[in-house]
Design a protein around this ligand. Structure first.
Ligand code: FE2
Ligand code: FE2
Length: 135
């Protein structure tokens, strides 16, 4: 289970709401994997990937509007995660009959949400607070 604590907050509502939604979805998938409902997790993982990509687009647009100087670097970081998302989809497709795929998917998801998505965003938190945009 991953949980949103104050240290993970960017204090930018639209982005924090996305992060919270991604955590909630990761937890739902973990629950399904832990409760013999692995076969149901495939569409949930597809939703997770879709929401993640939408979130990246929203975040990059906000960073561009704010004039964040390292927006290209953060954009490249986001793109570098597409391969991991492909792996998650592959694991999800196998999760029903493969315990190893279930464990790998759980680990990947939790690490992905906490480190690759949320912690990686902390690098622009101060900049955005000093250069607020209207949304
Ligand atoms: Fe983010
Ligand atoms: Fe990000």
């Amino acid at each position: 289970m991953v949980e949103m604590t104050a240290s993970f907050e960017l204090e930018i509502q639209a982005l924090d709401d996305d992060h919270r939604a991604l955590m909630a979805l990761a937890n739902r998938i973990t629950d399904a994997l832990d409760n013999d409902a692995a076969a149901t997790c495939e569409p949930l993982v597809a939703d997770f990937v879709k929401l993640t990509k939408q979130h990246f687009g929203r975040e990059e647009a906000l960073l561009t509007r704010a004039g964040y100087p390292k927006v290209k670097k953060h954009h490249d970081h986001h793109r570098s995660l597409y391969g991991k998302m492909d792996h998650m989809l592959e694991f999800a497709a196998m999760a029903g009959e493969n315990p190893l795929a279930r464990e790998s998917l759980k680990k990947e998801l939790n690490y992905f949400v906490l480190d690759d998505v949320i912690t990686a965003d902390m690098e622009f938190k101060d900049f955005i607070h000093d250069h607020p945009t209207s949304s």
